[in-house]
Design a protein around this ligand. Structure first.
Ligand code: HEC
Length: 284
């Protein structure tokens, strides 16, 4: 009875909070649900998927989009793509970053080092993708209550997946520039031409080295999936989710730990309360 009285207002607060968030969404098109490995209370990133997603980003998206908040060395994170050190170095060197050394002239560049961040890139007005998966929420569940978010995350990765696979093939001319029909982008027309068509990359086996035996490492018998448009879109969406939320796994673990302590504390307080008032209430 008493517990009910405490919980009821809490439930109302939770429900209205979530409904408030739901109002912000919904002006775009339909976002498809995808089962990502990092969803749910125990979800973690799949290193191999993040490595494939990086490959798609590197070979397709990087020509227009930057990731200015991501340091190359993060690509070696064990809860992230877990690239071995030598590959992180090799990847960094593929990018030209601004040279800020004492003898550099303005505009000079040099090959990247693991401690550098990815270069900013806004070619053709393309936005930076570092935080995009968090900036765009994909869905809020039945009746806009946000129930899905508890179980499946906010849907930022799903939004990106749906956007990349949502091209209608129509082209519209507007003020001298071309807009491309897209079922998911709010307004239905986007200035980004369809970037993925399937077979845009040839998935290769990365990993290896120090990561043998770790979860997600499938060794020499690892067969990458076929690079269909859906697979590429899924992988790059997962990669961009990791870029925006690299500490997701750690946060979930900490959250669970706190929840367990909270439950233990609540039980102790309940019995303490009972004991303190026992003589007053007269039930022994
Ligand atoms: C030829 C350049 C180009 C390439 C290649 C490209 N994009 Fe874009 N992208 C753009 C432009 C331009 C916009 C801005 C579109 C707009 O606001 O109308 C954009 C916008 C976006 C957005 C934001 C959409 C929104 O809701 O505002 C996402 C997400 C995105 N791109 C992801 C990708 C991914 C992932 C790839 C690689 C698979 C990619 N892009 C490849 C040019 C590009």
């Amino acid at each position: 009875m008493m517990i009910k009285r405490i919980l009821a207002p809490l439930a109302v607060v939770a429900a209205t909070g979530l409904a408030g968030q739901a109002l912000a969404a919904g002006e775009g098109g339909h976002v498809t649900d995808v089962d990502f490995s990092f969803e749910g209370p125990f979800g973690t990133y799949d290193s191999m998927q993040l490595q494939r997603g990086f490959q798609v980003f590197h070979q397709v998206c990087a020509s227009c989009h930057g990731l200015k908040y991501l340091a190359f060395r993060s690509l070696g994170d064990s809860t992230g793509p877990a690239f071995p050190d030598d590959q992180v170095k090799a990847i960094a060197a593929l990018y030209e970053v601004a040279d800020t050394g004492p003898e550099a002239l303005p505009g000079d560049t040099r090959p990247g080092l693991p401690s550098d961040k990815f270069p900013a890139n806004t070619a053709a007005g393309a936005p930076d993708l570092s935080l995009m998966a968090k900036a765009r929420a994909g869905f809020h569940g039945p009746y806009g209550l946000g129930i899905n978010q508890f179980l499946k995350g906010t849907g930022g990765a799903e939004y990106i997946y749906s956007l990349l696979t949502g091209y209608t093939g129509e082209e519209h001319e507007a003020a001298g520039s071309i807009l491309y029909g897209n079922e998911v982008f709010p307004g239905g027309k986007i200035s980004m031409a369809q970037p993925l068509w399937g077979d845009d990359v040839e998935y290769t086996v990365h990993g290896g080295g120090d990561h043998e035996g770790e979860e997600g490492y499938h060794g020499a018998d690892y067969t990458p999936p076929e690079a269909t448009i859906e697979q590429e879109a899924k992988d790059v969406a997962a990669f961009l989710m990791w870029v925006a939320e690299p500490k997701l796994t750690e946060r979930k673990e900490a959250g669970l730990r706190n929840l367990i302590w909270l439950v233990i504390l609540s039980v102790l307080l309940y019995f303490t309360n009972k004991k303190v008032w026992a003589s007053v209430k007269g039930d022994h």
